[in-house]
Ligand binder design. Structure first.
Ligand code: AMP
Length: 146
């Protein structure tokens, strides 16, 4: 049986403002912030505000909101990071590779010649993350949804 949602996970603490993050976007149902160990520049995590461990326990409506925000971030990231494509990834439960048990969608901008780092291989400098967050926020402000 799947374990219960634990509200002491780090993303729940980020949502409650108990831990810092490089926030890029928020709406009524979702929150988006930079991954501190990005696989490429601009790697962003989109999470629901409602508690859910992963794909197995999230409501269909909350998942749809996460998908909607992931799309918004993806479009802005294409512009902000001069990307040529996007990887969307979501891991549910430890056997799949999940390490933080609050559902998150990885939005990873891809560009030819820019290697995809292994997951959680290196913590990025705060100054670099601050610059990437500012670029993404600027692109979000000027983006028109297709
Ligand atoms: P996973 O649970 O395997 O889908 O991945 C969890 C992701 O969270 C990894 O890519 C980590 O680099 C990222 N991560 C871990 N701690 C933080 C944090 N405090 N802020 C932002 N990202 C984090």
């Amino acid at each position: 049986m799947m374990p219960a949602y634990d509200d002491q996970n780090i993303f729940a603490k980020i949502l409650r403002g108990e831990l810092p993050c490089f926030k890029v976007y928020e709406n009524a149902h979702t929150f988006a912030f930079l991954d501190i160990m990005p696989r490429t520049p601009g790697h962003t995590l989109v999470i629901p505000k409602a508690p859910a461990r992963g794909i197995l326990d999230i409501s269909a409506d909350d998942l749809a909101e996460v998908a909607r925000t992931s799309k918004t971030i993806a479009v802005a990231a294409m512009k902000a990071f001069d990307a040529e494509g996007i990887i969307i990834q979501q891991f549910s439960e430890a056997v799949s590779g999940q390490v933080v048990f609050h559902l998150h969608m990885h939005v990873v901008p891809m560009k030819s010649g820019v290697a995809l780092r292994p997951p959680q291989s290196r913590q990025e400098d705060a100054t670099v993350l601050a610059d990437h967050a500012a670029r993404l926020i600027a692109a979000l402000g000027s983006s028109r949804e297709p």
